[in-house]
Each structure stands twice: as structure tokens, then as C-alpha cells.
Design a protein around this ligand. Structure first.
Ligand SMILES: [Zn+2]
Ligand SMILES: [Zn+2]
Length: 136
């Protein structure tokens, strides 16, 4: 049996893949649902506004974004940096290019012709919202 201390409240619990005890995990999940609802009701809220209104840290919000549970909208000027090249991304850990590079490195070594990236391609979806949620 793997017993650990909860990162949030420090209590011992049976480790099941989460660094939080069942109690804290449940209240964090509850918080996520509240945040999700808040973002739904306030589509123009930015991350610091959401953090302030919902009493969560921007770190926690970004963690949810990294986990692809939340995402910044395409029109948002705020985002995260790709962990590989630092490009601005809206959700996850890597930009599309690095995702592709990582995929290519794993799968094939054949050079594909470079696709010219269109700087306006990302703007075709005109959302006013700064954040939205991914229902998974
Ligand atoms: Zn706890
Ligand atoms: Zn990248």
C-alpha cells in the first residue's frame, strides 16, 4: 500500500495517482466546475479576473489549461508558452508545430515539404471570449 501526504491539507491517504487526498481532490473538482460555470457565464473574463473572482490561483488555472480541461480562446491575447519553443498557445503543453515535430520524431524520418504557415489562420474563428472550457 502506498501512503502519502496530501499536498493540500497534509493528511495521509492511500495514493491512487493523485497528489491530493480524496477530500481535497473532490473540493478541487467542485472548484473546477464553479470556474467552468463562471467562464461560461463570463466569456470575456481573463485569467487574472477568473482567479480573483473564483479565489483560485492563476497557477491552478494554468494547470487546468495544461491538462487541456480549460483553454484560452483563439482571440485571446493571453495564453501559455509552448514548453518546447515558447510560442504562445491556448491549451495543452506544446504548440502545433512542436506537437508535429515530436510526432514526426517518433513515427517517421521522411522529410515532408514544409507547409507555409498562414499567420491569419488562427484568427478565422472570431470568439469574443477570452477563455472557454473543454468538456472532457
Ligand atoms: Zn487533502
Ligand atoms: Zn512549440
Amino acid at each position: 500500500m502506498d501512503v502519502r501526504n496530501c499536498k493540500q491539507c497534509g493528511r495521509m491517504f492511500n495514493y491512487m495517482g493523485s497528489s491530493l487526498c480524496p477530500n481535497c481532490a473532490a473540493s478541487l473538482e467542485e472548484k473546477f466546475q464553479e470556474v467552468k460555470k463562471y467562464i461560461y457565464d463570463n466569456p470575456s473574463a481573463n485569467i487574472s479576473q477568473v482567479a480573483e473572482e473564483m479565489d483560485v490561483t492563476t497557477q491552478q488555472l494554468k494547470k487546468w489549461v495544461r491538462e487541456e480541461r480549460l483553454a484560452f480562446s483563439d482571440s485571446s491575447l493571453v495564453g501559455l508558452n509552448c514548453e518546447s519553443c515558447g510560442a504562445l498557445i491556448k491549451t495543452g503543453r506544446f504548440c502545433e508545430k512542436c506537437k508535429k515535430d515530436l510526432g514526426n520524431a517518433l513515427s517517421d524520418t521522411i522529410k515532408k515539404p514544409e507547409v507555409q504557415s498562414n499567420p491569419f489562420a488562427d484568427r478565422k474563428k472570431s470568439g469574443k471570449d477570452k477563455m472557454h472550457f473543454l468538456d472532457r
